[in-house]
Design a protein. Structure first.
Length: 215
């Protein structure tokens, strides 16, 4: 598996005008990279946090997360790259943050947050390869410079390694399922994490009332 190193990430941030951090709106605090955000701040780069996959949460949840992160002092927008929701607003926001032209925007984020999907949504056509499995065909393996429109370019990166959320996030987001000797422990840990926040989550979503993920 070939994911981005911190050195590659730092080089990307240094050489672009705007940094776009794509996070998963279903768990934005875990899928944010504080280290990458500090790099952008240290290099005096404009940083935009994109809460992707907003179609997977209620609107009130998306709006609340946007308010929370905005309250931390960040520029933030929620989108659904898959369904092309709010991508026009995103394009305008990025242009607003860029103070030069032509300009480049570097897209960073953990694996499986949808970085390449965001780029493709902005381009309006397929350009950056996408895949849900790190290291698989279609998964970004190196820096790619992509033209969005005249004077507007994007740099796609293959993610951030190591995943800062620890276990099981490092397993879930950084490993292919086929590489796991036993997928049950990380899956059980993820289920337990969800149940800590909402004991009825699986009952509501799937009609499953059981609370023990190992049974």
């Amino acid at each position: 598996m070939q994911l981005a190193s911190w050195r590659l990430l730092a080089r990307t941030i240094k050489n672009v005008d705007v940094v776009i951090e794509v996070v998963d709106i279903r768990d934005p605090m875990v899928t944010r990279s504080r280290r990458a955000e500090r790099m952008a701040e240290a290099l005096d780069k404009s940083l935009l946090i994109v809460l992707n996959k907003s179609d997977l949460v209620p609107l009130r949840v998306a709006e609340k997360w946007a308010r929370i992160i905005e309250g931390m002092g960040f520029d933030v927008i929620y989108v659904s790259a898959r369904h092309r929701l709010s991508t026009r607003r995103l394009r305008g926001y990025i242009k607003h943050l860029a103070d030069v032209k032509p300009f480049s925007a570097g897209v960073i984020g953990f694996p499986k947050t949808g970085k390449s999907s965001v780029i493709n949504a902005l381009r309006g056509r397929k350009g950056a390869p996408t895949s849900p499995i790190p290291g698989s065909p279609g998964y970004t393996k190196g820096l790619q410079l992509l033209k969005i429109e005249p004077g507007f370019y994007m740099v796609d990166t293959p993610g951030v390694i190591p995943v800062e959320g620890g276990w099981p996030e490092s397993i879930i987001r950084g490993r292919s399922p086929e590489d796991l000797a036993d997928p049950v422990p990380p899956a059980a840990a993820l289920i337990e994490k969800i149940l800590r926040y909402n004991r009825r989550a699986f009952q509501t979503a799937y009609g499953i009332s059981a609370q023990d993920p190992t049974r």
